[in-house]
Design a protein around this ligand. Sequence first.
Ligand code: GAR
Length: 210
Amino acid sequence: KAKLCVLISGNGSNLQAMIDAVDAGRLNAEIVGVISNRPNAYGLTRAENAGIKTLCLDHTEYADRAAYDVELQRAIESLQADAIVLAGFMRILTPEFVDAFAGKLLNIHPSLLPKYKGLNTHQRAIDNGDKEHGVSVHFVTPELDGGPVIIQSRVPVFEDDTADDLAERVQEQERRIYPLVLSWFSAGRLKMLNNKAILDEQELPESGYA
Ligand code: GAR
């Protein structure tokens, strides 16, 4: 079973879904550490409550992105994790960091990639009049939010939705699909090869598992 290191910046509802999935026996993995770049991230409290080792690496204490990522890499390596799970970790990672963990880095992004890379995805979907929105889990490559998609989940956008309404609808799906993907990874069923996501030796389509 895989050792997971989860990286967060905030609330940690995805982290909680993973903790719950491990407890319920739906995710046969061990969360060996939770790292936050923000000292007041509520996810750190969730991890502590679950008896998981936590570490805060406050990015404001580092000279630049490269210096921060070197320290982050060192911390993750000391945990000997099989997967680095970005769960609301709101920082861009250097190519050096990403390359060091190629094939082991996963992210959840609140849009139907390749749409709406970056920030404010829910508001952008509303502003564009989209009838459908969603969330993607993908392998991380040096291209921001550009790595191969593993799975997507779609939700409707209703006429009077606010960004918060939509976020809530999307996050319900997040809590479902991220533990599922991690269970595949932990079982050795999921890999990245030549910039493609592979599940059970089959190349997944552009929009991921269906
Ligand atoms: C989630 O909605 C996740 O998709 C998003 O941040 C939220 C974190 O929630 N991630 C990004 O926007 C990445 N660029 P959580 O802290 O409750 O898991």
